[in-house]
Design a protein around this ligand. Structure first.
Ligand SMILES: [Zn+2]
Length: 335
């Protein structure tokens, strides 16, 4: 890192137990099958496989950390001979660095950039938002969804546009730690001295296998849309993004909607579910509101009516007794 950094809070990826269960699953030792003590050679094999898995994990964590350090200083200065390119000149490098990231690593990146007062989106060089004075900000004021959101969460990006772009990258990241991913571990070995061999740290294999296509930037999607090309984006990722944005009170309508119509209802017919218009068969209903015709005039209740029927004394249809004489059965009353 070239710039002087304030106190760093780089986190280690918190996945403590997964590696163990995974290794045991790959190498089900005698413990798992027979319940007896493993022989010394079996115990050694188990210990070695644990150690190897840890070595691979350490190598990948270091790679993630180095990528994180690089991305904190993104975007890099534009090359001198820069022609107006379709995408940002750092796009390929960004995708390369993010290939081993989990969402939590990306959060750390945003946090690190925010410490440097930079917008959380790695391709933006603007300073991050900082307007609010309190720790929590009230959003959706006056609506049923009105709530407080932590200020730090709202101010991670310089603008709503960068929030959309930045969070779109995040939802595309793999939740699975890189050291458990099958494609990453393919052909990887640990040598006699604990050196990890065959890890694609330069991203050569990744590039050859079309790795750049597995992640698509929002800008790329928008540009392709302008050219009439639809991008293959996962519905699940889209839902996650909309959820994230709604949590921040940021407008998400129209994002990546392609040819879909996000407007609610057209001519009052049909409604929108997940950005798709669901047509209704019926024509819109027509209502006429008419006032009821008044035939008589209102009459106030009179005291005579009350005495006659005693209906006013009845409680839910039952007339309470007045005195002790009412409790003597009529047949036993003195004549
Ligand atoms: Zn920005």
């Amino acid at each position: 890192m070239a710039t002087p950094t304030p106190k760093s809070i780089l986190k280690k990826t918190p996945v403590p137990s997964t590696i163990r269960s995974d290794v045991v699953a790959i190498n089900p030792g005698p413990r798992a099958t027979t319940g007896t003590k493993p022989t010394p050679s079996e115990a050694r094999a188990i210990a070695l496989s644990h150690a190897h898995a840890l070595q691979i994990r350490k190598a990948l964590e270091l790679s993630i950390l180095m990528s994180l350090e690089e991305l904190v200083d993104f975007p890099t200065p534009a090359p001198a001979s820069s022609e107006t390119s379709m995408t940002h000149h750092d796009t390929p490098a960004l995708k390369l660095h993010l290939r081993y990231f989990q969402p939590s690593d990306y959060d750390s990146l945003i946090h690190e950039r925010n410490i440097l007062k930079l917008c959380g989106y790695p391709l933006c060089s603007e300073p991050k938002k900082s307007k609010a004075t309190s720790n929590h900000v009230l959003i959706d004021k006056g609506l049923s969804t009105m709530r407080f959101v932590p200020r730090a969460k709202l101010e991670r990006f310089c603008s709503d546009l960068c929030a959309r772009r930045g969070l779109w990258l995040r939802v595309q990241l793999n939740d699975e730690p890189s050291w458990l991913r099958g494609d990453v571990l393919e052909g990887v070995e640990v040598g006699e001295k604990g050196e990890v061999i065959g890890l694609d740290l330069e991203g050569v294999k990744w590039k050859a296998n079309g790795g750049e296509e597995t992640m698509v930037l929002l800008e790329e999607v928008e540009r392709r849309k302008e050219m009439g090309i639809r991008s293959a984006v996962k519905e699940g990722d889209l839902k996650k993004l909309v959820q994230e944005l709604e949590g921040l009170g940021i407008e998400s309508k129209g994002i990546l909607d392609g040819n879909k119509k996000p407007e609610v209802a057209r001519n009052g017919v049909g409604f929108v579910v997940d950005g798709k218009e669901v047509p209704t068969k019926q024509e819109p209903l027509t209502f006429t509101i008419e006032e009821k015709e008044v035939l008589g005039s209102a009459v106030a209740p009179s005291a005579d009516g009350l005495a006659a029927g005693m209906s006013a004394l009845a409680i839910e249809g039952y007339k309470p007794r007045k005195g002790p004489e009412d409790y003597i059965p009529k047949s036993k009353k003195p004549q």
